[in-house]
Design a protein around this ligand. Structure first.
Ligand code: SF4
Length: 348
């Protein structure tokens, strides 16, 4: 599969200012050297605990937050069919618009209530991103907005309403309509179903799946819900404290994980069979502060299998099976250690 986006050594640090002169005294190291390929037409799930940098990754790719350093290479398909690769990190908003990339990158947020202006009519909310990239006459714009509403299962009777007049599921449909309004190639879906009831979650997931097939879009699906990501994603990337620790095809990751953190995440999936004894891997301690991440393997203060080398030598990503994983210092022994210590292993 062709690449659509390549992240190369992507870093995002948020400065902490202090003192009378408000100079930088420290930095939150939200992303610390992310290397990740996002393939055309796939849905890449990005999972990990709260605060590990998942949302920051999405916001950096769509340029809502400026990366501190590194590259975000976007493969732009030109009208003549050729592909041009552009690093969007140094590009300003004006350059993004001029190159045609601005409308190709979109985002759906977790909470559709706070991501829409409560004083704007739905027709204006959906027209807003189109106005950024195209000049349409009002009649053309209205017919485009009506079509978008129909695409997400709403109708033209909703054009002159305000966001508060909709249910949570309908508001998320509106957010999806706004995201696809500019015919994007790539959408970051930031926990798009977390704030919804279970039955509505399924409707939104199915809508997103159908739209992806119809429109050929690529998704980055950010979530901490592993069963949701198993349902919708073709590939999964696991993050821990600002680093990618493992990537693999969805079925492979659930069947043969490599990294101890991935084992711990998978063991936390609730089991519907109440007769089956749970064998969850409980990680001790809290996630370390991104203000001062641990040296060596970032997972070592919580890893049940850490050895002395883990405190000093940082594992780098390497190719394993059908994906990549951080070269854990105990990689040969991990499945056996997990089974012996936690009686946890995978059968499927
Ligand atoms: Fe655990 Fe060490 Fe492997 Fe990190 S490198 S996951 S601390 S065993």
């Amino acid at each position: 599969m062709e690449k659509l986006i390549e992240l190369k050594n992507l870093v995002k640090h948020y400065p902490i200012l202090g003192g009378i002169l408000r100079h930088q005294v420290n930095a939150v190291q939200a992303l610390d050297g992310i290397n990740l390929d996002i393939l055309k037409g796939e849905c890449l799930g990005l999972v990990g605990e709260s605060g590990c940098g998942k949302t920051t990754t999405g916001k950096a790719i769509v340029k809502l937050h400026e990366a501190t350093s590194g590259e975000i290479n976007f493969h732009l398909k030109k009208k003549d069919g050729s592909t041009e690769v552009k690093d969007i990190v140094p590009m300003s908003n004006r350059m993004l618009k001029k190159s045609g990339i601005r409308g190709k990158l979109q985002m759906v947020f977790q909470d559709p209530t706070t991501s829409m202006n409560p004083r704007m009519l739905i027709k204006n909310i959906i027209a807003e991103p189109i106005n950024e990239v195209e000049n349409l006459k009002s009649r053309e714009m209205e017919s485009r907005v009506k079509k978008l509403l129909n695409t997400v299962g709403l109708g033209e009777q909703h054009l002159l309403r305000y966001p508060h007049e909709f249910s949570g599921g309908q508001r998320q449909r509106l957010a999806v309509a706004r995201a696809i309004a500019t015919n994007p190639d790539f959408i970051v879906l930031d926990e798009p179903t977390s704030a919804l009831d279970v039955s509505v979650q399924a409707q939104i997931l199915n809508l997103l799946k159908d739209l992806q097939q119809q429109l050929g879009m690529t998704y980055l699906f950010v979530t901490h819900h592993l069963l949701v990501v198993k349902y919708i994603s073709t590939r999964i990337a696991v993050m821990y404290l600002g680093k990618i620790v493992e990537t693999a095809k969805t079925a492979d990751l659930f069947k043969t994980p490599f990294h101890p953190y991935t084992f711990a995440l998978l063991s936390a999936i609730p089991n519907a069979n109440i007769d089956k004894k749970s064998s969850r891997i409980i990680l001790e301690g809290d996630v370390p502060s991104p203000l001062n991440p641990p040296k060596g393997c970032r997972f070592h203060p919580r890893c049940p299998f850490a050895i002395e080398q883990c405190r000093t030598v940082e594992p780098q990503l390497e190719d394993v099976g059908n994906g990549q994983a951080a070269a854990c210092h105990r990689k040969e022994d991990v499945p056996k250690l997990v089974k012996d210590k936690f009686n946890f292993y995978f059968k499927n």
